[in-house]
Ligand binder design. Structure first.
Ligand code: CA
Length: 429
């Protein structure tokens, strides 16, 4: 999740959660120079023609390989990374008929066909949730219900977003070469563990909202002095490659796993062109999907999103997904901890904060993604539709929930009618 407060030549972002804030550097920083620690010869130089060459036209459904998603191949995903925490603290879920049900089964019965889970290396300040054993457990639950999993590597012990990308503590004193190896080994261990558990993810994203890089400062893409405050794109690309290789080298013949790179600010085409030109220009092309966060009260209009998705899917020959989105169904607060979405966000978002407004936004959003040419708009993931305001399941230890009015369940866990917006999303194509 990323909250973009000011959009200017220099990207300025603030933490989405809590009261902290932190500024970001510019994404048009002409001072960025190649890092001499990484030999240029390691990279294949691609030409502009490589970047802009026409993509092969493929049906949307073909991307999923052996995974059955939906007849038209459109992903309706849900990020339920807080589920175990909510369950452990008393959260219960009820379907549209008022029957208590397993959350994942309820989502599936309402049309959700993909589950997204984040993983933190050694979680701190969050009750230990979202570590590898928990991810294995929830991924198995989803897999056993027939739902494929998108695994989201934060490469951190805590929230990673455009305003913070802190290294796991265990890695903070490593040299860059050692850090690169650690990313590879950790990624491979996670994928191998999931594979052995029968819960191999069908899609993996390397980093979360990484327009400012990841694993700071080594993989940071901006700063005052290259090599001191940030490692620049050469380092970031090396770290991304380590993660991608860690996935690919853990697979067996017949396994199919799509790789995603994910930025926030889904309506900012300049940001996407800048970032992917830098990365692909360094020869990193071994990924399948570009993921974008799009919260309409922060990230521009749906028309902005449409233009960006249409452009980057064609320019880079990649699939695109809105991998995070949400909208409020009420302005009420369920737990006394202030919510992120208030009347200001309602005005900026353009839909009333009601169940009908939430459903209308979701219908319009899915139409945008369905409209991306050549079937390259793969789908959407709703961020934390089941984050109920139960005591003890806040965004960090000792704090409450800032998101419950953007769930797809009411504060008592009853499925909202807006979940029906997920049925046949591309039917109007
Ligand atoms: Ca709240």
């Amino acid at each position: 999740m990323s909250r973009r407060v000011v959009v200017a030549v220099g990207a300025l972002a603030f933490f989405a959660l809590g009261t902290h804030s932190d500024s970001l550097g510019t994404h048009s920083d002409s001072s960025v120079q190649p890092n001499t620690a990484i030999a240029e010869a390691e990279y294949d130089v691609v030409t502009e023609a490589t970047i802009t060459g026409p993509p092969a036209k493929m049906a949307r459904a073909a991307v999923h390989g052996p995974v059955a998603v939906s007849p038209d191949g459109f992903i309706i995903g849900a990020d339920i990374s807080t589920l175990r925490k909510v369950e452990d603290h008393g959260g219960r879920f009820f379907d549209k008929d008022g029957l208590e049900r397993d959350l994942i089964a309820t989502l599936r019965d309402h049309g959700v066909n993909y589950i997204r889970l984040k993983i933190w290396k050694d979680p701190v300040d969050v009750g230990g949730y979202n570590d590898l054993p928990e991810v294995v457990e929830v991924a198995k639950r989803a897999t056993e219900l027939g739902l494929p999993v998108l695994l989201n590597f934060h490469y951190s012990n805590f929230w990673a977003d455009p305003g913070r990308q802190n290294k796991p503590t265990a890695w903070k004193d490593l040299s860059f070469e050692e850090l690169t190896q650690a990313v590879y080994a950790y990624t491979a261990k996670v994928i191998t563990t999931l594979r052995k558990a029968g819960a191999l993810p069908s899609m993996v994203q390397i980093g979360n909202e990484i327009q400012a890089g990841m694993l700071w400062p080594d993989g940071k893409t901006w700063g005052e002095e290259l090599g001191v405050d940030h490692g620049g794109f050469d380092n970031l690309v090396a770290l991304l490659r380590a993660g991608i290789d860690g996935v690919r080298n853990s697979l067996e013949p017949g396994d199919e796993v799509k790789i995603m790179l994910h930025l926030a600010d889904g309506g900012d085409n300049n940001l996407y062109r800048w970032w992917f030109d830098e990365v692909i220009g360094r020869g990193l092309t071994d990924f399948d999907v570009i993921g974008v966060s799009f919260y309409p009260f922060w990230h521009g209009s749906l028309a902005d999103l449409q233009r960006n998705l249409n452009d980057i899917s064609q320019r880079y020959g990649k699939y695109v997904i809105v991998v995070e989105t949400a909208y409020a169904f009420t302005l009420e607060d369920g737990d006394g901890h202030p919510n992120i979405f208030g009347s200001r966000e309602e005005a900026a978002g353009g839909y009333p904060a009601t169940i009908e407004g939430q459903a209308a936004f979701l219908r319009e959003l899915t139409r945008v993604v369905c409209s991306v040419p050549d079937g390259r708009g793969l789908g959407i993931f709703y961020w934390e539709p089941a984050w109920l305001p139960v005591q003890g399941a806040g965004w960090r230890d000792g704090e409450g929930n800032a998101w419950e009015n953007m769930a797809l369940f009411d504060f008592d866990g009853n499925a909202l009618p807006s979940l029906a917006a997920f049925k046949s999303p591309c039917a109007l194509d």
